[in-house]
Design a protein around this ligand. Sequence first.
Ligand SMILES: CC(C)(COP(=O)(O)OP(=O)(O)OC[C@H]1O[C@@H](n2cnc3c(N)ncnc32)[C@H](O)[C@@H]1OP(=O)(O)O)[C@@H](O)C(=O)NCCC(=O)NCCSC(=O)c1cc(O)c2ccccc2c1O
Length: 286
Amino acid sequence: MHRLADWPEEDRRPIYWESPQDVQYQDILYHRAEGIAKITINRPEVRNAFRPQTVRELIHAFQRAHLDPEIGSIILTGAGELAFCSGGDQRVRGHEGYQDAQGVESLNVLDLQRQIRTLPKPVVAMVAGYAIGGGHVLHLVCDLTIAAENARFGQTGPRVGSFDAGLGAGLLARTIGLKKAKEIWFLCRQYDAQEALAMGLVNAVVPLAELELVTVAWCRQMNRLSPTALRVLKAAFNADTDGLAGIQELAGNATALFYMTEEAQEGRNAFLERRPPDFRRFRRRP
Ligand SMILES: CC(C)(COP(=O)(O)OP(=O)(O)OC[C@H]1O[C@@H](n2cnc3c(N)ncnc32)[C@H](O)[C@@H]1OP(=O)(O)O)[C@@H](O)C(=O)NCCC(=O)NCCSC(=O)c1cc(O)c2ccccc2c1O
């Protein structure tokens, strides 16, 4: 449903964001309401380019949303209408990475990419304006992308002397196909929202004025569904792409679900009670 008017009344009512005051961020904003966390890159003067500090704060905010049992889904967005994110801040790019205030250079956005994928809640990229370079990879690693009509997508790496040969290349190819992914990286063109929709790079294109409420409507709908089912499905979708790390994520869910059974608890209890475990009452399921 690409227009707000298509949604049932309960999903399109206004949302009233709260802004917790316990942590003050410099480069991002953190809001929450109705079981949804909204994380905003707040550097509109550079089209929401990220520096190491920005990425550190994003990692902190995503961890916060991950651990908050009230949060069911997370929105990642950029401040203003001109950009979701324009990638790494080229003004602080040094010899071997992006430099922080202490002079340490890193590519810490790679940690954030993995975090978004392993976080067991749906993450939705809400894109107005440019999603370019490392900013394009950020929307790509999110589970869903809702784009405003003014959104523009593309990679610039080969033009600015960079490349993301990890998820930026491989996940893009798995998402939209190898030929189109190679075109995006080899030619560094930009694509509008409708082109992105046609290639399966985004889930919906909506009028800019409706972007936030439609994105919230998607989250409201997901938040009514089984959190465990969404959690395991997310891990399942990532498992083959992420190799053993993906299987580890999926298997961790199996272990957590097993821990919730009497059968697993019998093993723990027997150890704590210093007796042999008795698994005889647990049947072997066909
Ligand atoms: C995003 C744009 C297409 C927007 O164009 P527009 O015409 O709307 O705006 P301006 O170009 O005038 O920009 C306004 C203002 O913002 C500054 N700015 C924009 N983007 C950046 C940026 N990324 N870094 C620093 N500053 C930026 C711009 O200079 C203007 O400032 P003024 O002072 O003049 O007002 C267009 O801006 C654009 O193409 N931007 C650059 C996009 C880009 O090449 N990004 C970097 C790609 S590489 C990357 O992101 C990357 C990061 C990683 O951490 C990696 C890690 C591991 C592997 C690979 C990585 C990687 O590739």
